[in-house]
Design a protein around this ligand. Structure first.
Ligand SMILES: [Zn+2]
Length: 108
């Protein structure tokens, strides 16, 4: 049925919008609690990743540089993150200090 399909689509879009809003809020909370309770912060980010997968939400460029998607650690340069620039090859390496995962980003 066309109506049923459309209604489902609208509901899905709405759920996705709510999920995005929750992700934004969870990231804020993860930042707020990080210095007090890094484990709690990690759980918030774990929830972000779960929501993202469930609703098929892509990470924004900002999110890609905000936390480690392997160990859910919030990145704070000099504390939980090492940043290395490779100017010749024009990329930046983000190295998670907790799990050691290396992320490569294009250099601006
Ligand atoms: Zn990590």
């Amino acid at each position: 049925m066309i109506m049923g399909y459309r209604r489902r689509l609208i509901r899905k879009t709405l759920q996705k919008r709510i999920a995005k809003e929750r992700i934004r809020h969870l990231l804020e909370q993860a930042r707020t609690v990080f210095s007090e309770d890094p484990e709690l912060s990690r759980r918030y980010i774990q929830r972000v990743e779960a929501l993202r997968k469930r609703f098929n939400i892509r990470r924004t460029p900002e999110m890609k540089r905000a936390y480690c998607k392997r160990c859910y650690t919030l990145w704070i340069p000099g504390r939980t993150l090492t940043v290395r620039y490779d100017k010749r090859n024009r990329f930046v390496l983000y190295i998670c200090d907790r799990c050691g995962k290396v992320y490569k980003f294009a250099y601006k």
